[in-house]
Design a protein around this ligand. Structure first.
Ligand code: NOJ
Length: 565
Protein backbone atom coordinates (compact mmCIF):
# COMPACT_ATOMS: atom_id res chain seq x y z
CA UNK A 1 0.00 0.00 0.00
CA UNK A 2 1.24 3.46 -0.82
CA UNK A 3 1.07 6.31 1.66
CA UNK A 4 3.31 8.75 -0.20
CA UNK A 5 1.98 12.27 -0.39
CA UNK A 6 2.76 13.91 -3.69
CA UNK A 7 1.99 17.49 -4.66
CA UNK A 8 -1.47 18.04 -6.10
CA UNK A 9 -1.70 17.36 -9.82
CA UNK A 10 -0.73 20.34 -11.90
CA UNK A 11 -3.04 19.70 -14.81
CA UNK A 12 -5.32 22.42 -13.49
CA UNK A 13 -4.11 25.82 -12.34
CA UNK A 14 -3.90 26.71 -8.66
CA UNK A 15 -6.92 29.00 -9.03
CA UNK A 16 -8.92 26.01 -10.26
CA UNK A 17 -8.08 24.00 -7.13
CA UNK A 18 -11.76 23.12 -6.73
CA UNK A 19 -11.84 20.99 -9.88
CA UNK A 20 -9.97 18.21 -8.10
CA UNK A 21 -10.42 19.04 -4.42
CA UNK A 22 -11.50 16.68 -1.68
CA UNK A 23 -13.55 18.79 0.70
CA UNK A 24 -14.28 17.65 4.24
CA UNK A 25 -17.55 18.74 5.79
CA UNK A 26 -17.41 19.81 9.42
CA UNK A 27 -20.71 19.95 11.26
CA UNK A 28 -19.53 22.26 14.06
CA UNK A 29 -22.02 21.12 16.75
CA UNK A 30 -20.63 17.61 16.54
CA UNK A 31 -16.96 17.87 15.63
CA UNK A 32 -15.17 18.77 18.89
CA UNK A 33 -16.20 20.68 22.01
CA UNK A 34 -13.62 23.18 23.22
CA UNK A 35 -15.51 24.70 26.17
CA UNK A 36 -17.08 21.69 27.87
CA UNK A 37 -20.78 22.45 27.25
CA UNK A 38 -21.29 19.28 25.20
CA UNK A 39 -21.77 21.23 21.96
CA UNK A 40 -18.96 21.41 19.42
CA UNK A 41 -17.46 24.84 18.72
CA UNK A 42 -14.86 26.76 16.74
CA UNK A 43 -12.12 26.41 19.36
CA UNK A 44 -12.72 22.64 19.32
CA UNK A 45 -12.26 22.69 15.55
CA UNK A 46 -9.07 24.76 15.75
CA UNK A 47 -7.61 22.32 18.29
CA UNK A 48 -8.37 19.25 16.18
CA UNK A 49 -7.84 20.57 12.68
CA UNK A 50 -4.45 18.92 12.25
CA UNK A 51 -6.22 15.52 12.23
CA UNK A 52 -8.14 16.63 9.18
CA UNK A 53 -5.08 18.01 7.43
CA UNK A 54 -3.33 14.72 8.19
CA UNK A 55 -6.11 12.87 6.40
CA UNK A 56 -4.96 14.50 3.17
CA UNK A 57 -7.97 16.60 2.15
CA UNK A 58 -7.72 19.96 0.38
CA UNK A 59 -10.45 21.98 2.04
CA UNK A 60 -13.07 22.08 4.75
CA UNK A 61 -16.67 23.19 4.54
CA UNK A 62 -18.24 24.36 7.79
CA UNK A 63 -21.99 24.03 8.32
CA UNK A 64 -23.51 27.22 9.83
CA UNK A 65 -22.02 28.63 13.03
CA UNK A 66 -23.91 31.94 12.87
CA UNK A 67 -26.23 33.49 15.45
CA UNK A 68 -29.29 31.28 15.57
CA UNK A 69 -31.96 29.98 17.91
CA UNK A 70 -30.80 26.51 16.69
CA UNK A 71 -34.27 25.31 15.77
CA UNK A 72 -32.78 23.67 12.67
CA UNK A 73 -29.20 23.03 13.72
CA UNK A 74 -28.13 26.57 12.79
CA UNK A 75 -29.82 26.64 9.35
CA UNK A 76 -32.16 29.14 10.99
CA UNK A 77 -29.91 32.17 10.99
CA UNK A 78 -30.78 35.31 12.96
CA UNK A 79 -27.59 37.22 12.07
CA UNK A 80 -25.53 36.19 9.05
CA UNK A 81 -22.30 37.93 10.05
CA UNK A 82 -22.01 37.10 13.75
CA UNK A 83 -20.80 33.83 15.24
CA UNK A 84 -23.30 32.33 17.68
CA UNK A 85 -21.95 32.40 21.26
CA UNK A 86 -22.40 28.61 21.53
CA UNK A 87 -19.78 28.29 18.79
CA UNK A 88 -17.49 31.16 19.87
CA UNK A 89 -16.79 34.61 18.49
CA UNK A 90 -15.90 36.28 15.21
CA UNK A 91 -12.32 36.38 16.47
CA UNK A 92 -12.42 32.57 16.73
CA UNK A 93 -13.75 32.41 13.16
CA UNK A 94 -10.83 34.49 11.95
CA UNK A 95 -8.38 32.29 13.89
CA UNK A 96 -9.96 29.16 12.46
CA UNK A 97 -9.62 30.43 8.89
CA UNK A 98 -6.00 31.37 9.59
CA UNK A 99 -5.19 28.00 11.15
CA UNK A 100 -6.77 26.15 8.23
CA UNK A 101 -4.73 28.15 5.75
CA UNK A 102 -1.55 27.45 7.73
CA UNK A 103 -2.35 23.76 7.41
CA UNK A 104 -2.89 24.13 3.66
CA UNK A 105 -6.67 23.74 3.90
CA UNK A 106 -9.05 26.08 2.07
CA UNK A 107 -12.23 27.05 3.88
CA UNK A 108 -15.81 27.08 2.62
CA UNK A 109 -18.57 28.39 4.84
CA UNK A 110 -22.30 27.84 4.53
CA UNK A 111 -24.62 30.59 3.40
CA UNK A 112 -28.37 30.22 3.89
CA UNK A 113 -30.18 32.62 1.55
CA UNK A 114 -33.60 30.98 1.13
CA UNK A 115 -34.82 31.92 4.59
CA UNK A 116 -33.87 33.60 7.83
CA UNK A 117 -34.71 32.66 11.38
CA UNK A 118 -37.96 34.09 12.69
CA UNK A 119 -35.68 35.83 15.23
CA UNK A 120 -33.92 37.81 12.48
CA UNK A 121 -34.42 41.58 12.91
CA UNK A 122 -36.11 41.72 9.48
CA UNK A 123 -38.77 39.21 10.41
CA UNK A 124 -39.46 40.80 13.77
CA UNK A 125 -39.90 44.10 11.98
CA UNK A 126 -42.21 42.44 9.47
CA UNK A 127 -44.41 41.11 12.27
CA UNK A 128 -44.77 44.57 13.77
CA UNK A 129 -45.43 46.20 10.39
CA UNK A 130 -48.65 46.48 8.37
CA UNK A 131 -49.68 44.13 5.57
CA UNK A 132 -48.33 45.57 2.32
CA UNK A 133 -45.46 47.39 4.08
CA UNK A 134 -41.83 47.43 2.92
CA UNK A 135 -40.90 45.29 5.94
CA UNK A 136 -43.36 42.55 4.91
CA UNK A 137 -42.11 42.73 1.31
CA UNK A 138 -38.79 41.10 2.28
CA UNK A 139 -40.68 37.88 3.04
CA UNK A 140 -43.55 36.04 1.39
CA UNK A 141 -46.64 37.19 3.25
CA UNK A 142 -50.08 36.59 1.75
CA UNK A 143 -53.69 36.90 2.83
CA UNK A 144 -55.26 33.54 3.58
CA UNK A 145 -57.84 31.78 1.43
CA UNK A 146 -61.36 31.07 2.67
CA UNK A 147 -64.07 33.51 3.62
CA UNK A 148 -62.11 35.00 6.52
CA UNK A 149 -58.58 34.23 5.39
CA UNK A 150 -58.55 31.22 7.67
CA UNK A 151 -56.99 28.84 5.11
CA UNK A 152 -53.39 28.82 3.89
CA UNK A 153 -52.84 30.72 0.61
CA UNK A 154 -51.98 27.50 -1.24
CA UNK A 155 -51.44 23.79 -0.59
CA UNK A 156 -47.64 23.73 -0.35
CA UNK A 157 -46.16 21.40 2.25
CA UNK A 158 -43.05 22.01 4.34
CA UNK A 159 -40.07 19.77 3.52
CA UNK A 160 -40.08 18.91 7.23
CA UNK A 161 -43.78 17.92 7.17
CA UNK A 162 -47.02 19.84 7.69
CA UNK A 163 -48.17 22.98 5.85
CA UNK A 164 -45.60 25.42 4.48
CA UNK A 165 -47.62 28.39 5.78
CA UNK A 166 -48.16 29.81 9.25
CA UNK A 167 -50.69 32.46 10.14
CA UNK A 168 -49.60 35.38 12.27
CA UNK A 169 -51.43 37.52 14.77
CA UNK A 170 -51.28 41.16 13.66
CA UNK A 171 -49.91 43.84 15.98
CA UNK A 172 -53.50 44.82 16.93
CA UNK A 173 -54.27 41.25 18.06
CA UNK A 174 -56.42 40.27 15.08
CA UNK A 175 -55.84 37.06 13.08
CA UNK A 176 -53.54 38.11 10.28
CA UNK A 177 -51.66 37.20 7.13
CA UNK A 178 -49.79 33.98 6.45
CA UNK A 179 -46.07 33.64 5.72
CA UNK A 180 -44.34 30.97 3.68
CA UNK A 181 -41.74 28.63 5.18
CA UNK A 182 -40.58 25.75 3.01
CA UNK A 183 -38.84 24.36 6.11
CA UNK A 184 -39.66 24.92 9.79
CA UNK A 185 -42.12 27.63 10.83
CA UNK A 186 -39.10 29.32 12.46
CA UNK A 187 -37.53 29.69 8.96
CA UNK A 188 -39.58 32.24 6.96
CA UNK A 189 -38.71 32.30 3.24
CA UNK A 190 -37.22 35.51 1.91
CA UNK A 191 -38.67 37.31 -1.12
CA UNK A 192 -35.82 37.28 -3.64
CA UNK A 193 -37.71 39.63 -5.94
CA UNK A 194 -36.63 42.30 -3.44
CA UNK A 195 -33.51 44.25 -4.42
CA UNK A 196 -32.93 44.95 -0.74
CA UNK A 197 -32.68 41.22 -0.04
CA UNK A 198 -30.30 40.75 -2.97
CA UNK A 199 -28.09 43.64 -1.91
CA UNK A 200 -27.96 42.45 1.70
CA UNK A 201 -26.64 39.05 0.64
CA UNK A 202 -23.98 40.64 -1.58
CA UNK A 203 -22.70 42.21 1.64
CA UNK A 204 -22.92 38.96 3.60
CA UNK A 205 -20.72 37.32 0.95
CA UNK A 206 -18.24 40.21 1.04
CA UNK A 207 -18.10 40.07 4.82
CA UNK A 208 -16.89 36.46 4.86
CA UNK A 209 -14.68 36.91 1.80
CA UNK A 210 -13.01 39.84 3.57
CA UNK A 211 -12.40 37.54 6.53
CA UNK A 212 -10.55 35.20 4.17
CA UNK A 213 -12.92 32.37 3.27
CA UNK A 214 -12.34 30.57 -0.02
CA UNK A 215 -15.97 30.13 -0.89
CA UNK A 216 -19.47 29.15 0.07
CA UNK A 217 -21.68 26.11 0.18
CA UNK A 218 -25.06 27.55 -0.77
CA UNK A 219 -28.08 26.15 1.06
CA UNK A 220 -31.24 25.35 -0.94
CA UNK A 221 -29.69 26.76 -4.11
CA UNK A 222 -32.67 25.47 -6.10
CA UNK A 223 -35.18 27.43 -3.97
CA UNK A 224 -35.24 31.23 -3.46
CA UNK A 225 -37.42 32.08 -6.48
CA UNK A 226 -41.04 30.95 -6.45
CA UNK A 227 -43.39 30.72 -9.45
CA UNK A 228 -45.57 33.76 -10.07
CA UNK A 229 -48.92 33.48 -8.37
CA UNK A 230 -47.68 30.69 -6.07
CA UNK A 231 -49.80 27.97 -7.76
CA UNK A 232 -50.87 24.86 -5.85
CA UNK A 233 -48.51 21.90 -6.01
CA UNK A 234 -48.33 18.59 -4.20
CA UNK A 235 -45.22 16.39 -4.62
CA UNK A 236 -45.70 12.74 -5.42
CA UNK A 237 -45.66 10.64 -2.27
CA UNK A 238 -42.15 9.68 -1.10
CA UNK A 239 -40.55 12.09 -3.55
CA UNK A 240 -38.53 13.69 -0.75
CA UNK A 241 -37.28 17.12 -1.76
CA UNK A 242 -35.81 15.79 -4.96
CA UNK A 243 -38.75 15.22 -7.30
CA UNK A 244 -38.69 12.13 -9.48
CA UNK A 245 -36.21 10.90 -12.06
CA UNK A 246 -37.53 13.26 -14.70
CA UNK A 247 -37.38 17.02 -14.74
CA UNK A 248 -40.61 18.34 -13.41
CA UNK A 249 -41.11 22.03 -12.77
CA UNK A 250 -42.00 22.60 -9.12
CA UNK A 251 -43.33 26.08 -8.29
CA UNK A 252 -40.83 26.52 -5.45
CA UNK A 253 -37.79 24.62 -6.76
CA UNK A 254 -35.68 25.01 -9.86
CA UNK A 255 -37.35 28.17 -11.14
CA UNK A 256 -35.45 29.88 -13.95
CA UNK A 257 -35.01 33.09 -11.93
CA UNK A 258 -32.54 31.52 -9.47
CA UNK A 259 -29.83 31.50 -12.12
CA UNK A 260 -29.68 35.31 -12.23
CA UNK A 261 -28.94 35.30 -8.52
CA UNK A 262 -26.02 32.91 -8.98
CA UNK A 263 -24.63 35.02 -11.83
CA UNK A 264 -24.74 38.04 -9.56
CA UNK A 265 -23.00 36.11 -6.74
CA UNK A 266 -20.36 34.89 -9.16
CA UNK A 267 -19.55 38.50 -9.99
CA UNK A 268 -19.20 39.31 -6.29
CA UNK A 269 -16.76 36.42 -5.84
CA UNK A 270 -14.75 37.51 -8.85
CA UNK A 271 -14.09 40.85 -7.15
CA UNK A 272 -11.82 38.74 -4.93
CA UNK A 273 -9.97 36.96 -7.73
CA UNK A 274 -10.54 33.74 -9.64
CA UNK A 275 -10.15 31.17 -6.88
CA UNK A 276 -13.19 31.71 -4.60
CA UNK A 277 -15.99 29.28 -5.19
CA UNK A 278 -19.71 28.59 -4.88
CA UNK A 279 -21.02 25.07 -4.31
CA UNK A 280 -24.72 24.46 -4.81
CA UNK A 281 -26.96 22.36 -2.65
CA UNK A 282 -29.58 21.85 -5.35
CA UNK A 283 -31.74 18.74 -5.10
CA UNK A 284 -32.57 18.74 -8.78
CA UNK A 285 -33.01 15.78 -11.10
CA UNK A 286 -32.02 14.73 -13.69
CA UNK A 287 -28.30 15.49 -13.70
CA UNK A 288 -28.52 17.44 -16.96
CA UNK A 289 -30.76 19.93 -15.14
CA UNK A 290 -28.54 20.11 -12.09
CA UNK A 291 -25.64 20.93 -14.37
CA UNK A 292 -27.34 24.25 -15.17
CA UNK A 293 -26.29 25.41 -11.71
CA UNK A 294 -22.62 25.09 -12.73
CA UNK A 295 -22.61 26.77 -16.11
CA UNK A 296 -19.48 28.88 -16.59
CA UNK A 297 -20.99 32.13 -15.24
CA UNK A 298 -22.84 30.54 -12.32
CA UNK A 299 -21.58 28.29 -9.54
CA UNK A 300 -18.43 26.17 -9.59
CA UNK A 301 -19.76 22.94 -8.14
CA UNK A 302 -23.03 21.24 -7.24
CA UNK A 303 -23.38 18.31 -4.87
CA UNK A 304 -24.00 15.18 -6.89
CA UNK A 305 -27.03 13.85 -5.05
CA UNK A 306 -27.85 11.48 -7.89
CA UNK A 307 -24.61 9.64 -7.07
CA UNK A 308 -25.45 9.65 -3.37
CA UNK A 309 -28.92 8.27 -4.06
CA UNK A 310 -27.92 5.56 -6.56
CA UNK A 311 -28.66 1.94 -5.70
CA UNK A 312 -25.75 -0.29 -4.75
CA UNK A 313 -25.67 -2.39 -7.91
CA UNK A 314 -23.31 -2.37 -10.84
CA UNK A 315 -25.74 -1.04 -13.44
CA UNK A 316 -26.97 1.86 -11.30
CA UNK A 317 -23.46 2.84 -10.23
CA UNK A 318 -22.11 2.74 -13.76
CA UNK A 319 -25.05 4.68 -15.13
CA UNK A 320 -24.84 7.45 -12.54
CA UNK A 321 -21.07 7.82 -12.90
CA UNK A 322 -21.28 7.98 -16.69
CA UNK A 323 -24.21 10.41 -16.64
CA UNK A 324 -22.47 12.63 -14.11
CA UNK A 325 -19.29 12.90 -16.14
CA UNK A 326 -21.34 13.67 -19.26
CA UNK A 327 -23.73 16.14 -17.71
CA UNK A 328 -21.17 18.21 -15.80
CA UNK A 329 -18.58 17.81 -18.55
CA UNK A 330 -21.06 19.28 -21.06
CA UNK A 331 -20.99 22.61 -19.20
CA UNK A 332 -17.26 22.52 -18.47
CA UNK A 333 -17.66 21.79 -14.76
CA UNK A 334 -16.09 18.95 -12.76
CA UNK A 335 -18.41 16.34 -11.40
CA UNK A 336 -18.56 16.16 -7.64
CA UNK A 337 -19.03 12.95 -5.68
CA UNK A 338 -20.63 12.64 -2.28
CA UNK A 339 -21.98 9.78 -0.20
CA UNK A 340 -22.89 11.36 3.14
CA UNK A 341 -23.73 14.67 4.75
CA UNK A 342 -25.67 16.00 7.74
CA UNK A 343 -29.05 15.49 6.03
CA UNK A 344 -28.90 11.86 4.93
CA UNK A 345 -28.59 8.48 6.61
CA UNK A 346 -24.84 7.81 6.87
CA UNK A 347 -23.77 5.60 3.99
CA UNK A 348 -22.35 2.94 6.34
CA UNK A 349 -26.01 2.30 7.19
CA UNK A 350 -27.87 3.51 4.11
CA UNK A 351 -26.17 1.13 1.70
CA UNK A 352 -27.41 -1.88 3.70
CA UNK A 353 -31.02 -0.77 4.24
CA UNK A 354 -33.49 -3.30 2.92
CA UNK A 355 -36.57 -1.04 2.85
CA UNK A 356 -37.33 2.21 1.04
CA UNK A 357 -36.22 5.23 3.03
CA UNK A 358 -37.12 8.61 1.53
CA UNK A 359 -34.47 11.32 1.84
CA UNK A 360 -34.78 13.18 5.15
CA UNK A 361 -37.02 10.64 6.88
CA UNK A 362 -34.09 9.07 8.74
CA UNK A 363 -34.11 5.74 10.53
CA UNK A 364 -34.87 4.78 14.09
CA UNK A 365 -35.69 1.75 16.23
CA UNK A 366 -39.02 1.05 14.47
CA UNK A 367 -37.89 1.59 10.88
CA UNK A 368 -38.37 -1.34 8.53
CA UNK A 369 -35.34 -3.00 6.95
CA UNK A 370 -32.71 -1.82 9.42
CA UNK A 371 -29.15 -2.44 8.20
CA UNK A 372 -26.81 -5.21 9.34
CA UNK A 373 -23.84 -3.14 10.62
CA UNK A 374 -21.07 -5.36 9.20
CA UNK A 375 -22.66 -5.35 5.75
CA UNK A 376 -23.13 -1.58 5.89
CA UNK A 377 -19.51 -0.95 6.81
CA UNK A 378 -18.24 -3.30 4.12
CA UNK A 379 -20.32 -1.56 1.47
CA UNK A 380 -19.44 1.90 2.74
CA UNK A 381 -15.74 1.15 2.50
CA UNK A 382 -16.18 -0.24 -1.00
CA UNK A 383 -18.27 2.73 -2.11
CA UNK A 384 -15.87 5.30 -0.61
CA UNK A 385 -12.84 3.71 -2.18
CA UNK A 386 -14.60 3.67 -5.53
CA UNK A 387 -15.65 7.30 -5.12
CA UNK A 388 -12.15 8.51 -4.29
CA UNK A 389 -10.89 7.15 -7.61
CA UNK A 390 -13.39 9.14 -9.67
CA UNK A 391 -12.25 12.20 -11.63
CA UNK A 392 -13.42 15.53 -10.22
CA UNK A 393 -14.02 16.74 -6.70
CA UNK A 394 -15.28 14.75 -3.72
CA UNK A 395 -17.02 15.71 -0.50
CA UNK A 396 -16.51 13.76 2.73
CA UNK A 397 -18.72 14.12 5.78
CA UNK A 398 -17.05 14.12 9.19
CA UNK A 399 -16.90 10.63 10.65
CA UNK A 400 -17.22 8.70 7.41
CA UNK A 401 -13.44 8.26 7.47
CA UNK A 402 -14.05 6.32 10.71
CA UNK A 403 -16.79 4.20 9.12
CA UNK A 404 -19.40 5.63 11.51
CA UNK A 405 -22.88 4.25 11.00
CA UNK A 406 -26.13 6.10 11.66
CA UNK A 407 -27.04 6.10 15.35
CA UNK A 408 -30.37 4.31 15.09
CA UNK A 409 -31.28 3.93 18.75
CA UNK A 410 -31.49 7.53 19.98
CA UNK A 411 -34.18 7.79 22.66
CA UNK A 412 -37.12 10.00 21.71
CA UNK A 413 -36.40 12.58 24.41
CA UNK A 414 -33.01 13.38 22.87
CA UNK A 415 -34.25 13.99 19.33
CA UNK A 416 -33.90 17.55 18.05
CA UNK A 417 -34.58 17.57 14.32
CA UNK A 418 -37.65 19.71 13.47
CA UNK A 419 -38.72 16.89 11.13
CA UNK A 420 -39.35 14.69 14.19
CA UNK A 421 -41.55 17.33 15.82
CA UNK A 422 -43.41 18.45 12.70
CA UNK A 423 -44.42 14.88 11.87
CA UNK A 424 -45.21 13.93 15.49
CA UNK A 425 -42.50 11.28 15.40
CA UNK A 426 -43.64 9.70 12.14
CA UNK A 427 -40.28 10.58 10.55
CA UNK A 428 -37.17 10.21 12.69
CA UNK A 429 -35.27 12.90 10.80
CA UNK A 430 -31.54 13.54 10.74
CA UNK A 431 -30.25 13.36 14.32
CA UNK A 432 -28.79 9.90 13.73
CA UNK A 433 -26.14 11.23 11.34
CA UNK A 434 -25.26 14.22 13.56
CA UNK A 435 -23.98 12.46 16.66
CA UNK A 436 -20.74 13.94 18.10
CA UNK A 437 -17.56 12.33 16.82
CA UNK A 438 -15.56 9.74 18.78
CA UNK A 439 -11.91 10.83 19.15
CA UNK A 440 -10.61 8.66 22.00
CA UNK A 441 -11.99 5.19 22.66
CA UNK A 442 -11.65 5.14 26.45
CA UNK A 443 -12.42 8.78 27.33
CA UNK A 444 -15.80 10.10 28.49
CA UNK A 445 -17.88 11.16 25.45
CA UNK A 446 -15.07 9.50 23.48
CA UNK A 447 -12.97 12.64 23.87
CA UNK A 448 -15.52 14.81 22.02
CA UNK A 449 -15.71 17.02 25.10
CA UNK A 450 -13.27 17.11 27.99
CA UNK A 451 -16.23 17.56 30.29
CA UNK A 452 -17.56 14.21 29.02
CA UNK A 453 -20.74 15.78 27.65
CA UNK A 454 -22.38 15.29 24.29
CA UNK A 455 -25.51 17.06 23.01
CA UNK A 456 -26.73 13.80 21.45
CA UNK A 457 -25.92 10.45 23.09
CA UNK A 458 -23.17 8.42 21.42
CA UNK A 459 -23.63 4.67 20.90
CA UNK A 460 -21.52 2.19 22.88
CA UNK A 461 -20.24 0.46 19.76
CA UNK A 462 -18.38 3.61 18.77
CA UNK A 463 -15.49 2.89 21.17
CA UNK A 464 -13.86 0.66 18.57
CA UNK A 465 -14.44 3.24 15.85
CA UNK A 466 -12.81 6.16 17.69
CA UNK A 467 -10.06 7.90 15.78
CA UNK A 468 -7.30 6.86 18.20
CA UNK A 469 -8.33 3.20 17.83
CA UNK A 470 -7.85 3.41 14.05
CA UNK A 471 -4.92 5.76 13.64
CA UNK A 472 -1.88 3.91 12.34
CA UNK A 473 -3.77 0.59 12.33
CA UNK A 474 -3.34 -1.07 8.94
CA UNK A 475 -6.65 -1.99 7.36
CA UNK A 476 -8.68 0.43 9.51
CA UNK A 477 -11.20 2.60 7.69
CA UNK A 478 -9.22 5.71 8.66
CA UNK A 479 -6.02 4.33 7.15
CA UNK A 480 -7.89 3.24 4.03
CA UNK A 481 -9.07 6.84 3.51
CA UNK A 482 -5.58 8.23 4.13
CA UNK A 483 -4.00 5.80 1.69
CA UNK A 484 -6.66 6.48 -0.92
CA UNK A 485 -6.34 10.25 -0.62
CA UNK A 486 -2.56 10.03 -0.90
CA UNK A 487 -2.67 7.67 -3.88
CA UNK A 488 -5.35 9.81 -5.55
CA UNK A 489 -2.82 12.64 -5.60
CA UNK A 490 0.23 10.57 -6.47
CA UNK A 491 -1.51 9.03 -9.47
CA UNK A 492 -3.36 12.18 -10.53
CA UNK A 493 -6.73 10.41 -10.54
CA UNK A 494 -8.82 13.53 -10.09
CA UNK A 495 -7.67 15.04 -13.38
CA UNK A 496 -7.65 11.86 -15.44
CA UNK A 497 -10.16 10.51 -17.93
CA UNK A 498 -12.20 7.51 -16.82
CA UNK A 499 -12.31 4.55 -19.21
CA UNK A 500 -14.70 1.67 -18.56
CA UNK A 501 -13.19 -1.80 -18.72
CA UNK A 502 -15.51 -4.41 -20.19
CA UNK A 503 -13.11 -7.35 -20.43
CA UNK A 504 -10.89 -8.77 -17.74
CA UNK A 505 -8.80 -11.94 -17.81
CA UNK A 506 -9.83 -12.58 -21.42
CA UNK A 507 -13.55 -12.66 -20.66
CA UNK A 508 -16.38 -10.19 -20.15
CA UNK A 509 -16.38 -8.52 -16.77
CA UNK A 510 -18.73 -10.60 -14.59
CA UNK A 511 -22.19 -9.25 -13.92
CA UNK A 512 -22.21 -7.11 -10.79
CA UNK A 513 -18.54 -6.31 -11.17
CA UNK A 514 -17.57 -2.80 -12.20
CA UNK A 515 -14.16 -2.02 -13.64
CA UNK A 516 -12.64 1.20 -14.89
CA UNK A 517 -9.24 2.72 -15.53
CA UNK A 518 -8.18 6.15 -14.35
CA UNK A 519 -4.62 7.25 -15.08
CA UNK A 520 -2.35 4.31 -14.16
CA UNK A 521 -4.86 2.75 -11.82
CA UNK A 522 -7.45 0.07 -12.51
CA UNK A 523 -10.41 0.06 -10.15
CA UNK A 524 -12.46 -3.11 -9.72
CA UNK A 525 -15.59 -3.24 -7.56
CA UNK A 526 -17.41 -6.44 -6.70
CA UNK A 527 -21.05 -5.56 -6.04
CA UNK A 528 -22.23 -9.17 -6.17
CA UNK A 529 -22.94 -11.51 -3.28
CA UNK A 530 -20.28 -14.00 -4.35
CA UNK A 531 -16.51 -13.85 -4.21
CA UNK A 532 -14.84 -13.49 -7.62
CA UNK A 533 -11.47 -15.32 -7.95
CA UNK A 534 -8.64 -12.98 -8.88
CA UNK A 535 -7.62 -15.40 -11.60
CA UNK A 536 -11.01 -14.83 -13.30
CA UNK A 537 -10.21 -11.15 -13.36
CA UNK A 538 -6.69 -11.64 -14.68
CA UNK A 539 -5.37 -9.89 -11.59
CA UNK A 540 -2.36 -10.61 -9.33
CA UNK A 541 -2.00 -9.55 -5.72
CA UNK A 542 1.31 -7.84 -6.50
CA UNK A 543 -0.68 -5.25 -8.49
CA UNK A 544 -2.69 -4.35 -5.41
CA UNK A 545 -2.44 -0.72 -4.37
CA UNK A 546 -5.36 -0.36 -1.95
CA UNK A 547 -8.26 -2.63 -1.05
CA UNK A 548 -11.41 -1.94 0.92
CA UNK A 549 -11.28 -5.46 2.42
CA UNK A 550 -8.61 -8.15 2.75
CA UNK A 551 -7.77 -9.80 -0.56
CA UNK A 552 -6.16 -13.24 -0.64
CA UNK A 553 -7.08 -14.92 -3.88
CA UNK A 554 -10.53 -13.51 -4.57
CA UNK A 555 -12.42 -10.27 -4.54
CA UNK A 556 -14.93 -10.74 -1.73
CA UNK A 557 -18.49 -9.37 -2.04
CA UNK A 558 -18.72 -5.58 -1.61
CA UNK A 559 -15.04 -5.00 -2.08
CA UNK A 560 -13.19 -2.38 -4.15
CA UNK A 561 -9.56 -2.64 -5.17
CA UNK A 562 -7.18 -0.21 -6.80
CA UNK A 563 -4.62 -2.02 -8.92
CA UNK A 564 -1.51 -0.82 -10.67
CA UNK A 565 -2.03 -1.40 -14.37
C1 NOJ B 1 -30.41 22.09 3.67
C2 NOJ B 1 -29.55 21.89 4.88
O1 NOJ B 1 -28.49 21.04 4.54
C3 NOJ B 1 -30.46 21.32 5.93
O2 NOJ B 1 -29.74 20.84 7.04
C4 NOJ B 1 -31.46 22.38 6.33
O3 NOJ B 1 -32.36 21.82 7.25
C5 NOJ B 1 -32.22 22.88 5.10
N1 NOJ B 1 -31.40 23.10 3.97
C6 NOJ B 1 -32.92 24.17 5.43
O4 NOJ B 1 -31.97 25.20 5.57
Amino acid sequence: MSTDVAPAPTATSESEWWRTAVIYQIYPRSFADGDGDGIGDLVGIIDRLDSIAELGVDAIWLSPFYASPQRDGGYDVSDFTTVDPIFGTNVDARRLIGRAHELGLRVLVDVVPNHTSSEHRWFREALRAEPGSAARARYIFRDGAGEHGELPPNNWQSIFGGPAWTRIVEADGSPGQWYLHLFDSSQPDLEWGSEQVRAEFDEVLRFWLDLGVDGFRVDVAHGLVKADGLPDYMPAENAGSMGGDEWEPIPYFGQEGVHDIWRRWRRVLEEYGPDRILAAEAWIQPLGRMAQWVRPDEMHQAFNFAFLSADWDAASQRAVIAESLDAFGAVGAPSTWVLSNHDVVRHASRLALTAENPQGHGIGPDSPGLPIPELGLRRARAASLMMLALPGSAYLYQGEELGLPEHVFIEDEHRQDPTWFRTAGERYGRDGCRVPLPWTSDAPAYGFSEAGRSWLPQPEEWATLARDAQRGVPGSTLEMYRSALAARRTHGLAVAELAWVDELGGASVPEQVLAFDVAGVRVVVNLSEAAVPLSDLGVHTDQLLIASAPVVDALEPDCTVWLLR
